[in-house]
Ligand binder design. Structure first.
Ligand code: ZN
Length: 224
């Protein structure tokens, strides 16, 4: 069955991100890595169509942007051979049950296809409130994660959808390090920009626009 396809940035009917959305995408801000994270790689500034792209994936299971996002995120990783494993920062079990999927896991699996890294579930998240809807102070404490196995000296690449305060990334890195991980790198679809004048938009041909457009098109042709 062929499903109706629409722009994952604005919902306009079409096979991929529309030109208007592509023009408005901006690269993630250059900010320090969250505490305990060796490197934080983020693709897009979390605003405008990028915000919508992530929200559609997260809340509406609108997956037409997924393949493109994963492919474009993978282009940020130089030397994937340097990592032992790819994992994700899981959402709460309640959210996962409610939505039927974990968006960070979907992104990790989409990126893994372009990185040649195996995906393993290394973290679990005991029940508790999700980050969305919590106050800034509560968010700063971060969620609680537990490592599921020992990972002595491993170099771990952790996928999350959005880095906002960095508390989730720090909490995930802390749990991985307590289990022995030697290096923790975060790979995110988007990162919240600092208030202020916006960064210049991507120009045609730069990572995300071209990669996501071609991936969305090739995915849309495939029956699902
Ligand atoms: Zn659009």
């Amino acid at each position: 069955m062929l499903l109706a396809v629409s722009c994952p940035g604005c919902g306009t009917p079409g096979r991929s991100l529309c030109e208007g959305c592509l023009e408005r995408l901006r690269p993630a801000p250059v900010l320090p890595s969250p505490l305990g994270v060796d490197e934080c790689l983020a693709l897009l500034a979390y605003e405008g169509p990028a915000r919508e792209l992530v929200a559609r994936l997260k809340y509406r299971n609108h997956r037409s942007g997924l393949g493109g996002l994963g492919a474009a995120m993978a282009t940020l990783v130089t030397g994937p051979d340097g990592f032992d494993v790819l994992t994700w920062a899981p959402t709460t079990p309640a959210r996962r049950r409610e939505r039927g999927f974990d968006q960070a896991e979907l992104l990790a699996r989409a990126a893994s296809r372009h990185l040649g890294l195996r995906v393993r579930r290394l973290l679990e998240r005991p029940p508790g409130p999700a980050q969305t809807g919590r106050s800034l102070a509560e968010r700063r404490d971060g969620p609680h994660f537990r490592a599921r196995l020992a990972m002595p000296g491993w170099s771990v690449l952790v996928v999350d959808d959005v880095v906002t305060s960095g508390a989730t990334a720090s909490a995930a890195a802390g749990a991985l390090r307590r289990a022995g991980a030697g290096r923790v790198t975060v790979l995110a679809a988007a990162r919240t920009p600092r208030p202020g004048p916006p960064a210049p938009a991507y120009t045609a041909g730069v990572a995300y626009g071209s990669v996501v457009a071609s991936r969305c098109q090739s995915q849309a042709k495939r029956p699902t």
